[in-house]
Write a protein that binds this ligand. Structure first.
Ligand SMILES: Cc1cc2nc3c(=O)[nH]c(=O)nc-3n(C[C@H](O)[C@H](O)[C@H](O)COP(=O)(O)OP(=O)(O)OC[C@H]3O[C@@H](n4cnc5c(N)ncnc54)[C@H](O)[C@@H]3O)c2cc1C
Length: 394
């Protein structure tokens, strides 16, 4: 049984100063009104090219982002590794669609894949698939309407970019994860990623797809994918998340009058998430599992499934993951118990990672849930240090 209340372990690499900074940051973003006003102001400043680095860099950027470049993330990577936590460097520049921007993102992501291959502390590379394709074409190819010649050509360009990324991971003997985004692009992306698994996962799971368990159809898809892996003699790389775009998915389904792709309630998402872990463990001879969650129950549950089946905590087919700067009480306590843990460490220039930062701030903007938990654990550790380690270097 892992003790998530062990704040000494959870914050062992944080100085008193780091803790105070984290406390002030989470306290500020726990006021929804501040976030409501702050986010549009920051967006406007960014659009008008008014410098905002001076305010974002020492605060949210420092807490949630590894650095502006791959190389700048190295101190964070090394620090995490001192407590046996690995890193996954995620180039978090979002929302650019021109051919020039796609080529630039491809070049940088290829560099990140090779960097992972050369660094034993970085076991995976990762990317968002929509960074490499025309979004309208991805939507049409996912069934929105009948594709014409241009759309088919865009689809082939997308496929060849994804293939290049997966092949580079294969050649550099590192794994690569493909994030999931909005459901209306996903059908085409899923089919391309499954083809990549057929091509590169014949010795072990190199390519991982993402299953968003807030979708009500994902258990069936997971079971069908496992059957395909068995039949096609390849390994299924399965990253599980609950899903990050619930409100906009629901809103779009309501507006365009199609069936809401999201589960009817929170309990159904939790049930399917944990069921997906169990199904994968039952098929561990062909499935590699990546448990991407800040949920304590789902993290503990996977450790229990492993214990029941006498699978070693360090088994390379099973990973636990949280985002950089969040849920340290899960990451560091799970790693201290000997399980494989990797943090998603986003990187990119301040101006370009703003959408990522704003999502983090927004999802933490409530004392209920995640932020309340972060604040209470940080406070607990500050009090513990005052009581038990008053003479530690600050
Ligand atoms: C390492 C990592 C990688 C990630 N990669 C991706 C990715 O590729 N794609 C992606 O979409 N997200 C991704 N996420 C984000 C993830 O999907 C969640 O938004 C986030 O982690 C919160 O879910 P949780 O399991 O951590 O925590 P919890 O706080 O336990 O769960 C919150 C989640 O439950 C679900 N939920 C809440 N209320 C309801 C409701 N009423 N009905 C149905 N469902 C509900 C939502 O998905 C919500 O985000 C990633 C997260 C991590 C840690």
């Amino acid at each position: 049984m892992i003790d998530f209340e062990d704040t000494r372990t959870a914050f062992s690499i944080k100085s008193d100063r780091d803790l105070r900074r984290a406390y002030v940051l989470f306290k500020l973003i726990s006021y929804p009104i501040l976030v409501k006003i702050g986010n549009p102001v920051i967006q406007l400043c960014s659009a008008l090219r008014i410098p905002i680095g001076w305010i974002v860099k020492p605060t949210a950027f420092k807490h949630f982002v590894g650095g502006a470049t791959l190389e700048a993330c190295q101190p964070a990577v090394e620090k995490l590794k001192t407590v046996n936590v690995y890193s996954i460097l995620d180039y978090s520049v979002e929302g650019k669609e021109t051919d020039k921007a796609i080529e630039a993102a491809l070049k940088e992501t290829l560099r990140a894949v090779k960097h992972a291959g050369n660094n034993p502390d970085i076991p995976f590379a990762v990317f968002k698939p929509t960074a490499f394709g025309n979004s309208r074409a991805l939507e049409i190819l996912s069934g929105a309407s009948v594709p014409d010649k241009d759309v088919i050509r865009e689809g082939e360009k997308f496929r060849s970019r994804i293939d290049l990324l997966c092949k580079t991971a294969f050649d550099n003997d590192t794994s690569i994860m493909i994030d999931a985004e909005d459901t209306f692009y996903q059908r085409f992306i899923d089919s391309v990623v499954m083809d990549m698994m057929r091509k590169y996962n014949y010795k072990k799971a190199i390519v991982f797809n993402t299953y968003q368990m807030y979708r009500h159809d994902r258990i069936g898809v997971l079971e069908a994918d496992i059957a395909s892996a068995r039949k096609g003699h390849f390994y299924l790389g399965a990253k599980f998340v609950r899903g990050a775009y619930m409100e906009r998915e629901r809103e779009r389904a309501r507006k365009l009058r199609y069936m809401d792709p999201i589960q009817p309630d929170r309990e159904s998402t939790d049930r399917d998430y944990n069921l997906a872990l169990k199904i994968s463990m039952d098929n561990i001879d062909v499935v590699s599992i990546f448990n991407g969650t800040h949920n304590e129950y789902s993290s503990m549950y996977l450790t229990e499934l492993m214990n029941e089946r006498k699978i070693k905590p360090s088994d390379n087919r099973i990973w636990f993951s949280q985002l950089f700067g969040m849920s340290e009480h899960i990451s560091f306590n799970v790693a201290a118990a000997g399980f494989n843990v990797a943090k998603y460490v986003p990187y990119g220039p301040v101006r370009y990672v703003l959408p990522y930062l704003m999502r983090r701030v927004e999802e933490n903007s409530s004392v209920k849930g995640q932020t309340g938990r972060e604040l209470s654990l940080i406070k607990k550790e500050m009090i513990r240090r005052k009581k038990h380690e008053p003479s530690m270097p600050k």
